[in-house]
Design a protein around this ligand. Structure first.
Ligand SMILES: *[C@@H]1O[C@H](CO)[C@@H](O)[C@H](O)[C@H]1NC(C)=O
Ligand SMILES: *[C@@H]1O[C@H](CO)[C@@H](O)[C@H](O)[C@H]1NC(C)=O
Ligand SMILES: *[C@@H]1O[C@H](CO)[C@@H](O)[C@H](O)[C@H]1NC(C)=O
Ligand SMILES: *[C@@H]1O[C@H](CO)[C@@H](O)[C@H](O)[C@H]1NC(C)=O
Ligand SMILES: *[C@@H]1O[C@H](CO)[C@@H](O)[C@H](O)[C@H]1NC(C)=O
Ligand SMILES: [Zn+2]
Ligand SMILES: [Zn+2]
Length: 461
């Protein structure tokens, strides 16, 4: 047997923000998937595993009962009631067949979830976006004005709190506002690009959103704004399932526009995956980088598609600490509900799952610091950080339900951190196979000196 031995050094200077202001906090909550039939017909539950005696707070085979949603919002108010704002990235409706749902039924679920956020956190503005399930029929967001956009404008108007945004909201469900501390929020309706949406197939720019985004980011740069992007469906390659959620003809220009503004984008926050993840997007010249975050869902529902059963995952809610002056993200706390324990105890004790800086040794959550984390994981593919990433990917599920991440899965995750086109993603994965002996480090050690310089040494045997 051939043995190779090598050492690789990696030194990263943690970027220190030039101006530091006081910290603010915002919540990110997503994918409630409210099953109002949870205690009855169980419309969302996997037909083969409908629970006979479903737990009070939910079941891994079903979407959220009302008590789970209510407890998640109350947990936000208990843990950090005075956050600056909340990002709410949609998918409020259960996973159900179109025939079992209706515009009117969806409207009740959208209204009741809007109401619980408003009532429990009355002084915190919510910057909300739609999920693909919020339309009826499922996924079919049209590229023009319709009843859902109009009705939602009335529900969310005082959160948006800017009449100049009414026209593009009624046209495509997107908007931009400035928060009280000056951070520019760009809220997109990426369901217009979803591969399951057939209502937009003949378009070139559904609801003119891409053009609007391009102009909005250009103006933001001219005004020296810092920008936070939020939407339901994320761009990039979903890993480890190796797919892009969007039609390529919309995905490519979307990614290109965003790459052009990675110097002013402080963070991008998405839902839809139901799992926990992050990535880094670089400008085309590689000079700037912006961090991308996927927050796990409130629903614990496991998907079933041909040949694959989704992993079990606990419900999650996310708190981000950021600098109010620069918008720069500083840290992230993921809270979760141990679903089995909550059902057993009869109380929903939402607790801290992890703090980003503790796990990944970061001093900030900028594109550069995330890039450093990603590089470290790449050099040390069987290392601890990827194991932690994988455990949190499904929100620390019960041990007996945790699935292994094999070699293919690890290469997929590592390549998905930075590759946004299927072609370069696949090349990255195959390069890792051909160079496997030099890419999978067997052992590594990293130290941070004075909280500034991060040095790693990797051994390849
Ligand atoms: C919505 O809220 C109303 C008022 O509290 C309640 O009567 C109704 O049952 C709720 N519907 C659903 C589907 O949660
Ligand atoms: C939505 O509202 C706009 C402006 O108020 C109106 O012109 C349009 O007809 C409405 N569309 C639908 C489908 O109700
Ligand atoms: C797209 O164009 C084709 C061919 O003209 C037409 O048959 C189809 O109905 C159109 N689809 C939509 C959603 O407009
Ligand atoms: C964005 O705007 C720039 C000019 O500022 C233009 O060159 C580019 O083609 C636009 N991109 C899209 C996708 O509209
Ligand atoms: C909730 O969980 C925390 C952390 O595990 C624990 O310290 C606390 O006692 C729990 N509270 C209740 C009411 O169970
Ligand atoms: Zn969802
Ligand atoms: Zn979704």
């Amino acid at each position: 047997m051939m043995m190779k031995f090598g050492i690789l050094y990696c030194i990263v200077l943690n970027m220190i923000p030039l101006v530091t202001g006081e910290s603010g906090y915002f919540w990110h909550i997503t994918d409630f998937h409210y099953d109002y039939t949870y205690h009855g017909r169980q419309l969302s539950c996997n037909p083969n595993d409908k629970p006979d005696n479903p737990g009070k707070f939910g079941d891994f085979w079903c979407d959220s009962p009302w008590l789970l949603i209510d407890s998640s919002v109350k947990a936000m108010s208990r843990i950090k009631p005075n956050a600056d704002f909340i990002l709410w990235t949609g998918d409020t409706i259960l996973h159900g067949k179109d025939a079992d749902l209706s515009y009117e039924m969806n409207a009740v679920m959208l209204q009741n979830t809007t109401d619980v956020l408003r009532n429990v956190l009355p002084n915190v503005p919510v910057y909300a976006t739609y999920g693909n399930h919020d339309y009826w029929p499922n996924n079919q967001f049209p590229p023009h004005n319709n009843l859902l956009y109009n009705d939602t404008w009335i529900r969310w108007e005082d959160w948006v709190n800017d009449p100049s945004q009414e026209d593009n909201f009624r046209k495509g469900g997107y908007y931009t506002i400035k928060t009280q501390h000056g951070l520019r929020i760009v809220a997109l309706n990426t369901n217009l690009y979803y591969t399951s949406n057939t209502a937009i197939l003949n378009e070139t720019d559904p609801a003119d959103q891409l053009q609007w985004l391009n102009t909005t980011l250009y103006n933001a740069k001219m005004n020296r704004d810092k920008v936070l992007v939020t939407a339901h469906i994320p761009f990039g390659v979903h890993t480890p399932s190796n797919l892009i959620w969007m039609h390529e003809k919309y995905h490519t220009p979307l990614v290109n526009i965003l790459r052009g503004y990675t110097d002013i984008i402080v963070g991008m926050h998405f839902g839809h995956d139901h799992s926990d993840g992050f990535k880094v997007l670089h400008s085309s010249d590689g000079q700037h980088a912006a961090p991308v975050f996927m927050a796990p869902s409130v629903t614990p529902w496991r998907y079933i598609i041909p040949n694959k059963i989704g992993p079990a995952h606990n419900p999650g809610i996310r708190l981000v600490e950021y600098d109010r002056t620069t918008g720069q993200h500083k840290d992230l706390k993921q809270y979760y509900l141990d679903l089995n324990k909550a059902n057993k105890d009869g109380v929903a004790n939402w607790t801290l799952e992890y703090t980003f800086s503790d796990i990944y040794d970061t001093s900030a959550l900028t594109g550069d610091t995330i890039n450093a984390v990603v590089e470290e994981m790449k050099q040390s593919t069987n290392g601890q950080k990827l194991n932690k990433f994988w455990k949190h990917f499904t929100v620390s599920p019960p041990e007996d339900l945790q699935e292994p991440c094999n070699d293919e899965c690890r290469r997929s995750i590592v390549c998905g951190f930075k590759h946004y086109e299927m072609r370069t993603f696949k090349t990255c994965k195959s390069d890792m196979i051909s160079g496997s002996t030099s890419i999978f480090a067997t052992w590594n050690i990293c130290i941070t000196v004075l909280g500034l310089i991060h040095v790693c040494v990797y051994f390849f045997v």
